[in-house]
Design a protein around this ligand. Sequence first.
Ligand SMILES: C[S@@+](CC[C@H](N)C(=O)[O-])C[C@H]1O[C@@H](n2cnc3c(N)ncnc32)[C@H](O)[C@@H]1O
Length: 275
Amino acid sequence: MAAVDRLEPAARAYLDLLAGCLTRELFLDQEWWDADLREWPGDVEALRAELRARGWRIVRRSDPAARAEGRDWPPTAETMVGTARTSNVVDCCVEAVLDGVPGDFAETGVWRGGTTILMRGVLRALDDRDRRVWVADSFEGLPAPAPDAHPTDAAIDWSHVEVLKVGADEVRSNFARYGLLDDRVRFLEGWFADTLPGAPIEQLAVLRLDGDLYGSTMDALRALEPKVAPGGFVIVDDYGGWEPCRTAVEDYRAEHGITAEIHAVDWTGVWWRKP
Ligand SMILES: C[S@@+](CC[C@H](N)C(=O)[O-])C[C@H]1O[C@@H](n2cnc3c(N)ncnc32)[C@H](O)[C@@H]1O
């Protein structure tokens, strides 16, 4: 039985609605993207000139399958993780609370904040008045590869990817949009290597890693995995889809003798439960 089946119907309905808004799955019929004109089979420069002259844009619809699987970078949604992974977040957070696992929730790598907004929504749905949600990000995108970067990171420089740069104030206003910004939401602003080791987090019931890179995943694991309480959950967004992340997780688990079974969420997300 999924943990959400243990919820009151109203709480479950709220969380379903919240997730559908955060991914925009409920509004995909209203969502349009600028089409990539490089895919135009004819003379693309002539097309561009024609569109400019007419003051027109060519737009396309979103692909529901891509959104459900968390394979696109949505134009307005607060999360890019898709349906299977938002359901997994709800399941782990609900199970942790209902089983009495002590500690807060945290995500390292939040982008527009959607997954952490959902975590705060779980606390509201369960009328939990104590736990906090830690929101950790540079709020300026991915780091450039360091000179001593792990080999799996060395060739990846996404530091210039503008869409990944979402400021902390924009994330705060996303929380506020859903009525979920309060003092239980704690921001850790800066590079994980600087903010996580000394973060005033005592214990975690759910730790979710979504920093893509080897270094970002390892920095988060080293600082925060030891704070996950027995019975708590570690969720890794990029394990299946990103070799650098998977390698960091495998190295960390081997170094620390972690043998808890890894469960797949979908094509990339996984989780394990601390015994
Ligand atoms: C794929 S996005 C996260 C997606 C998000 N979890 C969601 O629900 O849509 C990756 C995020 O990790 C952050 N990030 C990656 N490495 C980081 C690091 N070393 N320190 C701080 N932030 C980092 C980026 O700024 C970016 O916001």
